[in-house]
Design a protein around this ligand. Structure first.
Ligand code: IMP
Length: 201
């Protein structure tokens, strides 16, 4: 049973849940994750951030009877024509972990000069209510891909992404700074008031 004012985060990724908690705070509502609902099997994802985020949020709101937030995110690398984009979690195949995906990306960019290593993180966050209403917000964080991993914070591609205006990697920033400038921070902050209103209904 979930308490009133609880909002379910439609993710199985612990790194994302931690970040979304830190970004949104938990004043007007509390966040719980899909760990509470082991019976929920998330639907397969497609090629579009907005469709994927809305699909996850709508599916979980319907299954739990509570408002749910979901996100879909990825890294778009200019020298790869925007790849891996919405496929970032599966880049290189299911067998790879974060370190393996980072190594594959660095391998693909081995001969790409520093000036051509532009990239951006993209996130679309979605809020869905149990009656099927959906609201979405998009956030982006531009930067470049480094030539070697740096830092130990964050997750995913953070060690090889240097955000614009910084001379360190995303994995060398404090959580507070990452959340202030990140794609996910920007998208979820834009949805915060709507999430508080949905939680209070
Ligand atoms: P999805 O949104 O669950 O499909 O996963 C997106 C994938 O993009 C993650 O598994 C990471 O590999 C990558 N990604 C998304 N956001 C970040 C971030 O903030 N830092 C590092 N990698 C990220």
């Amino acid at each position: 049973m979930i308490a009133a004012r609880e909002v379910v985060v439609a993710t199985g990724n612990p790194g994302k849940l931690v970040e979304i908690r830190e970004i949104l705070g938990e004043g007007a509502f509390t966040l719980c994750s899909l760990d509470r609902f082991p019976e929920i099997r998330m639907p397969e994802e497609g090629d579009d951030y907005t469709e994927n985020a809305a699909l996850k949020a709508r599916f979980v709101a319907k299954a739990t009877g509570r408002p749910a937030v979901g996100d879909d995110s990825g890294i778009e690398v200019d020298a790869l024509g925007g790849r891996p984009g919405p496929h970032s979690a599966r880049y290189g195949g299911e067998g790879l972990d974060d370190a393996g995906r980072v190594a594959k990306l660095l391998g693909e960019l081995r001969d790409v000069a520093p000036a051509a290593r532009g990239a951006r993180f993209v996130c679309v966050a979605a809020l869905a209510t149990p009656d099927g209403e959906v609201e979405v917000a998009r956030g982006e964080c531009p930067g470049v891909i480094l030539s070697a991993p740096r830092g130990a914070s964050g997750f995913g591609y953070d060690p090889v992404f240097q955000p614009e205006g910084f001379d360190v990697s995303m994995a060398e920033l404090s959580a507070e700074t990452k959340n202030r400038i990140s794609h996910r921070g920007r998208a979820f902050v834009a949805l915060r008031d709507a999430i508080a209103r949905a939680a209070a209904r």
